[in-house]
Design a protein around this ligand. Structure first.
Ligand SMILES: *[C@@H]1O[C@H](CO)[C@@H](O)[C@H](O)[C@H]1NC(C)=O
Ligand SMILES: *[C@@H]1O[C@H](CO)[C@@H](O)[C@H](O)[C@H]1NC(C)=O
Ligand SMILES: *[C@@H]1O[C@H](CO)[C@@H](O)[C@H](O)[C@H]1NC(C)=O
Ligand SMILES: *[C@@H]1O[C@H](CO)[C@@H](O)[C@H](O)[C@H]1NC(C)=O
Ligand SMILES: *[C@@H]1O[C@H](CO)[C@@H](O)[C@H](O)[C@H]1NC(C)=O
Ligand SMILES: *[C@@H]1O[C@H](CO)[C@@H](O)[C@H](O)[C@H]1NC(C)=O
Length: 482
C-alpha cells in the first residue's frame, strides 16, 4: 500500500528494465551498459529499504513509540462499558454495552499480580453514604478487592485525592489495614494552588485498563450514568497509561511536582506520534492525554490539546456528551471567562460547517448559568448557511425516595465523538479541569473509512441512543418538572 505501490507504479512506466523498447530493438549504445548498472543500483538502493519496511508491516499490524512492530496489542480487546441507572429504560433493541460492574469484577478476577487505581475518593459501601440495597454492586467490588489483596496476595496500589469530608477515604484505609494496600494521596491545593485528582483509572497487571467517568463509588454502578472503556490484554496501551499513574504515585510520595521529570515517565506516543494498531479488522491511531500540564512529563499531550485536536479534525459532525460545559473557570476565587473549547466549536461550525451537538446533563445541583452559554452557541444555527449547533439536556429520571440518596440520578458521561475520532475522558468541560485538575483523555481515531463497529462507531451509536431518547430535553424547558 502507501507510497510503496505509488513508487512502483510510477517506476514501471519509466523503468528501463521493464521498458519493452529496451535492448531488444538494438538501441543500446556503448554508454548504455554503465548507465544500466547505475540505474539498477539506484533502483536497488531505493527499493530495498521499502521492501524491508513492508516486511516489518507484515510481521505485525502495530507500531508503538518504544516498541515498533511489537505484538503487545495482538490479543488486545477494547470495549465500551456503561452504568445505566436503575429505572432508566431505553426502547427495546437500543444499543447496550457491558456494565461497569461486570467489567470491574472481571478485571479484578483476571488480576495476577497487581491492581492499581487512581480515584478522587472511595465510597464503595452503603455505610459510607446511605443504606440502600443498590449499594450491593459496589460492596461486591469492594469485597473482591479486599480478597485480592488479603487472600490472593496481589499488590494493591491506590492513588487518591487528599481525603476530606466530600472526598472520604474510609474504604482505602480499611483496604490498607486488611488487604495490605498501599495508599497515597495528592493534595492539589498544596501542589498547584487548586484542583483535585479527578482521574478514574484502573490498571491490572499493567496489561488491562479501565478509564472513564465512574468514581470508586457504589452509586457509580447503579445510580449514576457512566461511560468508560475497558482494554483487555493491551499491554502497550496499559504501559503508556501506567506512566500517568506513576506520575501520581511519584508526586504523592515527593509531596511536590518535580522540577525535571525522570525519563522513565516520558512517552513517545502523543497527538503527533500516535500508536498504530489493528483490532477486529479496524485500524486505529490512538494516544493518551493527561491534565493538568504541570503533570505532563516529556512527550505527553495535554488533555485540552487532545480535545482541540479532535474538534479541529472533524469534517462532518462533533457530538459531545459531558456532564458540565462552561466557557469559564468556575472554581477560581473570581469566575473567569475561558472560551478555548467554546471558540473551537464556533470555528468548527462556522468555518467548516461541522454539525455540533452538545448533550449536557441536568440535575438538581446544576448551575443555572449553563443554559445561557449553551443557548449562545445554539443561537448561531442558521446564522450562515449550514451552520448548525444544537444543545440538549439529559435528565436521569428520579423520584422522592431515590432523592434521599445524595448526589445520584445524573448523566456523568464525559466523551466526544466526531466523524473521525472517539474521545473518552474523565473531565467536565470547564477551564478548571484543564488548568489544575488531573484527568485523562483517550483518543481513538479510525484509519480508513470502512470501519464497522469501531470504537468510534460504537460511541456514535451510544450518542444517538441518548440524544434521541425521552431523557434528552430541549433547552428552555423547565427542568425541575421532570
Ligand atoms: C494483522 O491484521 C489482520 C487483520 O486485519 C490479521 O488477520 C493478521 O493476523 C494480523 N497480523 C498480525 C501479525 O497480528
Ligand atoms: C503511526 O503512523 C503514523 C503515520 O500514519 C506515524 O506518523 C507515526 O509515527 C506512527 N506511530 C508510531 C508510534 O510509530
Ligand atoms: C421491551 O419488550 C418487553 C417484552 O418484549 C416489554 O415488556 C417492555 O415493555 C419493552 N420495553 C420498552 C421500553 O418498550
Ligand atoms: C488475554 O490473554 C491471555 C493470555 O494470552 C488469554 O488466556 C486470555 O484469554 C486473553 N483474554 C481475553 C479476554 O482475550
Ligand atoms: C510527540 O512524540 C514525538 C516522538 O516521540 C516527539 O518527538 C514530540 O516532541 C512529541 N510531542 C510533544 C508535543 O511532546
Ligand atoms: C463535574 O463532574 C463532577 C464529577 O465527575 C461533579 O460532581 C461536578 O459537580 C461536575 N461539575 C462541575 C461544574 O464541576
Amino acid at each position: 500500500m502507501w507510497d510503496q505501490s505509488g513508487f512502483m507504479l510510477r517506476g514501471d512506466a519509466d523503468d528501463p528494465l521493464t521498458n519493452s523498447k529496451w535492448g531488444a530493438q538494438g538501441w543500446c549504445r556503448p554508454s548504455c551498459i554503465p548507465i544500466t548498472v547505475i540505474l539498477i543500483l539506484i533502483v536497488l538502493v531505493v527499493l530495498l529499504p521499502l521492501l524491508d519496511h513492508a516486511g516489518d508491516k507484515h510481521s505485525s499490524n502495530s507500531t508503538f513509540g518504544n516498541d515498533p512492530g511489537s505484538t503487545c496489542m495482538d490479543s488486545c480487546k477494547i470495549n465500551l462499558v456503561e452504568s445505566i441507572p436503575i429505572g432508566l429504560v431505553y426502547a427495546n433493541n437500543s444499543v447496550q454495552h457491558r456494565s461497569t460492574y461486570d467489567s470491574w469484577m472481571e478485571l479484578i478476577a483476571s488480576a495476577q499480580s497487581s491492581i492499581e487505581i487512581a480515584a478522587l475518593y472511595w465510597t464503595m459501601r452503603r455505610q459510607d453514604v446511605y443504606p440502600d440495597d443498590s449499594a450491593k454492586e459496589g460492596e461486591d467490588v469492594f469485597e473482591a478487592l479486599l480478597e485480592a489483596g488479603r487472600d490472593r496476595g496481589l499488590r494493591l496500589r491506590f492513588a487518591q485525592n487528599v481525603p476530606s469530608q466530600l472526598t472520604p477515604n474510609d474504604d482505602t484505609e480499611y483496604l490498607a489495614k486488611k488487604a495490605n494496600a498501599q495508599v497515597r494521596s495528592l493534595d492539589f491545593p498544596r501542589l498547584l494552588g487548586a484542583g483535585v485528582l479527578h482521574t478514574k483509572l484502573w490498571i491490572i497487571d499493567r496489561t488491562h485498563i479501565y478509564v472513564g467517568s465512574a468514581n470508586m463509588d457504589w452509586r457509580s454502578l447503579t445510580q449514576v450514568k457512566e461511560l468508560g472503556l475497558v482494554a483487555i490484554n493491551c499491554s502497550c496501551l496499559a504501559n503508556d497509561i501506567a506512566k500517568i499513574f506513576d506520575v501520581y504515585w511519584k508526586i504523592s510520595e515527593d509531596g511536590k511536582i518535580p522540577a525535571v521529570w525522570p525519563d522513565s515517565l516520558a512517552t513517545k506516543t502523543n497527538v503527533s506520534n500516535p500508536m498504530n494498531f489493528t483490532l477486529g479488522g479496524n485500524k486505529y491511531k490512538a494516544f493518551i492525554a493527561s491534565s493538568p500540564p504541570p503533570m505532563s512529563p516529556r512527550g505527553r499531550t495535554n488533555d485540552l490539546d487532545a480535545i482541540l485536536h479532535c474538534i479541529d479534525k472533524a469534517e462532518k459532525f462533533i457530538y459531545i456528551s459531558v456532564m458540565d460545559f462552561f466557557p469559564l473557570t468556575i472554581y477560581t476565587p473570581k469566575t473567569k471567562y475561558w472560551p478555548i473549547i467554546d471558540d473551537a466549536l464556533r470555528s468548527a461550525a462556522i468555518e467548516h460547517k461541522v454539525h455540533v451537538k452538545l448533550l449536557i446533563s441536568w440535575w438538581k445541583h446544576s448551575l443555572p448559568s449553563a443554559d445561557y452559554f449553551l443557548k449562545s452557541l445554539a443561537v448561531l444555527t442558521k446564522s450562515y448557511r449550514n451552520v448548525k449547533i444544537e444543545a440538549k439536556r439529559f435528565i436521569v429520571p428520579t423520584n422522592p425516595i431515590l432523592d434521599k440518596i445524595p448526589y445520584i440520578r445524573v448523566n456523568h458521561n464525559k466523551y466526544m465523538v466526531t466523524d473521525s475520532v472517539a474521545y473518552i475522558g474523565t473531565s467536565n468541560w470547564s477551564g478548571d479541569y484543564f488548568i489544575s485538575t488531573a484527568g485523562i483523555g483517550m483518543v481513538f481515531e479510525d484509519v480508513g473509512n470502512k470501519n464497522e463497529e469501531s470504537i468510534r462507531q460504537q460511541l456514535e451509536e451510544i450518542f444517538h441512543r441518548d440524544w434521541n431518547s425521552q431523557y434528552a430535553h430541549p433547552l428552555n424547558e423547565t427542568y425541575v418538572d421532570r
